[in-house]
Design a binder for this molecule. Structure first.
Ligand code: HEC
Ligand code: HEC
Ligand code: HEC
Ligand code: HEC
Ligand code: HEC
Length: 199
């Protein structure tokens, strides 16, 4: 029998999760560093050339998923830069045949756990805190365990330290610095109840 790992999470699901063999670490796990279809290097792009993470991972601050850039973003530069290099020829071949680059996933939580980038990035957490020094990696590798214990450890630490949220970016963008500085700081309160992460 095949059970759906994304079925609503209820107490009974404990047994189901174990029995159906839905692995806790679907796809991604610590040290996972799959070979990619194009030898794209973060060390070159985010390190040497200091391209901002969110230039390519534009969803990180606003959406659940950080997202991987469409080839069009690469072509902003590679329609001119290194067009004769074999790896760039692969890239343009995908584009001319109208196919997305089949990037291999590095990180992957099981479907029964909810995680959103927006709430974490807008709380002022750096990408590197969860993904390691990506700007030094020639091939991305999962650095952390990304288990429930890992999530909860940080949630408890942030609560204990009574850390505050940074000012909301949308408000800053509207140039309302006065209201921002006068507004009372918002204490971060990462949840520790089951239903926050198992919805
Ligand atoms: C020029 C575009 C570009 C920039 C800049 C960039 N990335 Fe990426 N990133 C990619 C592409 C393409 C992939 C998919 C291929 C791969 O894993 O290397 C990726 C993959 C990733 C992954 C793994 C995604 C998965 O499958 O789990 C993480 C994490 C990541 N990037 C973080 C970062 C961080 C942090 C920065 C800034 C320090 C950054 N990236 C800067 C293009 C970029
Ligand atoms: C609080 C920890 C945390 C922070 C901070 C964080 N990430 Fe992630 N990231 C994760 C987890 C957990 C996953 C796996 C999510 C899943 O499988 O649903 C992930 C997955 C990804 C992926 C692949 C899947 C996707 O969401 O598109 C990319 C790309 C990525 N992160 C980039 C970034 C970048 C860039 C930043 C900073 C702007 C960042 N992350 C900040 C924990 C974090
Ligand atoms: C802002 C400009 C810019 C963007 C955007 C960009 N690159 Fe690059 N890329 C460069 C530069 C600069 C180099 C280094 C060229 C050199 O070595 O002279 C490079 C090098 C490379 C190389 C190595 C080429 C070789 O020498 O064999 C690959 C592969 C590559 N990029 C893939 C990508 C992919 C895939 C994307 C999109 C996810 C991307 N790049 C986005 C500027 C960019
Ligand atoms: C901060 C987020 C978070 C909270 C709060 C949380 N969990 Fe989880 N939980 C996860 C993540 C992420 C996973 C998947 C990774 C793993 O298996 O460790 C998971 C996995 C699980 C699993 C599957 C374990 C396995 O080995 O496959 C069970 C059962 C579970 N959680 C029960 C609970 C219960 C009961 C609570 C409340 C006491 C709870 N969780 C609270 C994030 C959370
Ligand atoms: C490095 C610290 C850190 C790690 C690691 C971390 N979180 Fe969080 N989490 C936070 C902070 C900070 C907030 C924001 C709290 C606020 O805004 O009051 C948050 C908020 C949340 C929320 C509530 C907001 C929302 O999006 O619904 C959920 C759910 C959540 N985290 C799940 C997870 C899961 C699942 C993991 C592990 C895969 C995880 N977190 C790992 C720090 C962390």
């Amino acid at each position: 029998m095949n059970r759906d790992c994304s079925a609503p999470f209820v107490a009974l699901a404990f047994a189901a999760v174990a029995a159906a063999g839905c692995p806790g670490k679907l796809g991604g796990q610590q040290g996972h560093a799959p070979v990619q279809p194009i030898a794209f290097s973060h060390a070159v792009h985010a390190g040497l050339y200091e391209i901002d993470c969110q230039y390519c991972h534009a969803g990180a601050e606003r959406s659940r998923h950080a997202g991987v850039p469409a080839a069009g973003v690469c072509l902003n530069c590679h329609s001119k830069v290194k067009t004769d290099a074999p790896e760039i020829r692969k890239l343009t071949a995908f584009v001319t045949s109208d196919q997305p680059v089949p990037w291999m996933k590095v990180h992957r939580l099981p479907d029964f756990a909810f995680f959103s980038h927006a709430s974490h990035v807008s709380a002022g957490l750096a990408c590197q805190g969860c993904h390691g020094q990506v700007q030094q990696m020639t091939r991305v590798e999962q650095q952390e365990t990304m288990t429930m214990g890992w999530c909860l450890r940080c949630h408890r630490e942030v609560r204990d330290e009574e850390r505050d949220a940074p000012p909301p970016l949308a408000t800053l963008a509207m140039n309302r610095m006065d209201t921002v500085t006068k507004a009372p700081a918002r204490h971060l309160q990462p949840p520790t109840d089951c239903s926050a992460c198992h919805r």
